[in-house]
Design a protein around this ligand. Structure first.
Ligand SMILES: NC(=O)C1=CN([C@@H]2O[C@H](COP(=O)(O)OP(=O)(O)OC[C@H]3O[C@@H](n4cnc5c(N)ncnc54)[C@H](OP(=O)(O)O)[C@@H]3O)[C@@H](O)[C@H]2O)C=CC1
Ligand SMILES: O=C(CO)COP(=O)(O)O
Length: 332
């Protein structure tokens, strides 16, 4: 078993920390707020970000000190809101042990650069490809925290790294699979959030299964096309990180993206929906960020463009659908 550090004690960082602790690792959480550090270290809970868990495992503790957090770590998990990953990780540059493996749990595209989280993490830490892995899948944090059976994909260009991470997080309720398709796993995780926003909007606007199914299907086609153009493998989009996570995120009120979309569909503004959100809705910045990436690789992303119109220009869901439908008849 390994010494594992989790950077970011949000809902998913904490729930995944528990998976790692259940798998027998020594888990050290790093958080920037003293009250979260104190709550995990002294009372074995995270009342702020994961109140559904009454007691975290005893082999899980926390620190607010960056150097202490990573100094002995063999595996370092990054679970920070995607738009802040670069700035947060730059503070750890130079502190990370030479052989440590870095695993990203984040699902987003960086605004301003259009970069995936694998690119952001490697740039921020000056990390070689072979020490990086991305973990993604249908993993609603509250369900994983309740130890409901779940699966995920761990992707790395280095198969030994993927296997090492998989072994470190395998439990009787968490089933990891490995992959070499880092780009595919990253693209699935970030783009499904944009689709979940749109499905949430349709539900909030009062529409039923046909509308949701159309958005999910066309959304999967769009993210597959974009992902392949960015260098991903087609089969990844039919797997846990792709279709699997799309289904979970687009169907559950536990998803912050679905809920954020639902509130927009009911008529809230972006500001109002942000205020009532209980965690980061990564699809909001990603919907716009992905447009830069799509332009760069020459792929049209009508759904992401439409969602970004709702977010940036405040058009309604009905207006968004009217724009998406258009008048042209095209091949599916
Ligand atoms: N929740 C889920 O079900 C799942 C989430 N994910 C992904 O994991 C990532 C994290 O999600 P989750 O934990 O749920 O999100 P939360 O909103 O619960 O937590 C976000 C985390 O990011 C930290 N953070 C934000 N800004 C900074 C900063 N400038 N410096 C340092 N830390 C910062 C927050 O710290 P602070 O508390 O101080 O704000 C917090 O620990 C996201 O990319 C998400 O898409 C993936 C799978 C499942
Ligand atoms: O990624 C997730 C489930 O796999 C969590 O989705 P939200 O970030 O929308 O809560």
């Amino acid at each position: 078993m390994a010494k594992v550090t989790v950077l970011g004690a949000g809902a998913w960082g904490t729930a995944f920390g528990q998976v790692l602790a259940d798998a027998g690792n020594d888990v050290l959480m790093w958080a920037r707020e003293p009250e979260i550090v104190e709550s995990i270290r002294e009372r074995h809970c995270n009342e702020v970000r994961l109140p559904s868990v009454a007691k975290l495992p005893d082999n899980m503790t926390a620190t607010g000190d960056r150097a202490e957090a990573v100094k002995d770590a063999e595996i370092i998990i990054v679970a920070i809101a995607a738009q802040f990953a670069r700035v947060a990780l730059e503070e750890f540059k130079g502190l990370i042990p030479d052989k440590a493996i870095i695993v990203s749990l984040m699902k987003g595209i960086e605004r301003g650069t259009g970069k995936r989280m694998d690119e952001v993490v490697k740039e921020a830490l000056d990390l070689p490809d072979g020490r990086f892995a991305a973990l993604s899948g249908p993993n609603l944090s509250k369900e994983v925290a309740a130890r409901n059976p779940a699966g995920a994909v761990i992707a790395s260009c280095n198969p030994y790294v993927a296997l090492r991470v998989a072994r470190a997080c395998q439990t009787n309720y968490f089933k990891p699979f490995t992959s070499e398709d880092v780009i595919g796993v990253e693209m699935c995780g970030s783009m499904k959030n944009v689709v979940a926003l749109a499905v949430g909007m349709s539900r909030g606007a009062g529409y039923g299964e046909n509308t949701a199914a159309m958005i999910e299907t066309r959304g999967l086609a769009e993210l597959t096309k974009l992902g392949i153009a960015a260098g991903a493998k087609a089969e990844t989009f039919a797997g846990l990180a792709g279709f699997g996570d799309l289904v979970a995120t687009c169907s559950s009120p536990l998803s912050r993206n679905f809920t954020f979309g639902y509130n927009l569909g009911k008529g809230m503004s972006v500001e109002e929906a942000t205020q009532v959100s209980n965690g980061v809705a990564e699809g909001v910045p990603t919907a716009t960020a992905v447009l830069a990436l799509a332009k760069e690789v020459g792929v049209s992303v009508p759904l992401a463009a439409a969602v970004s119109r709702v977010i940036n220009d405040g058009i309604s869901f009905d207006a968004m659908m009217a724009e998406l439908f258009g008048e042209d008849i095209t091949e599916e």
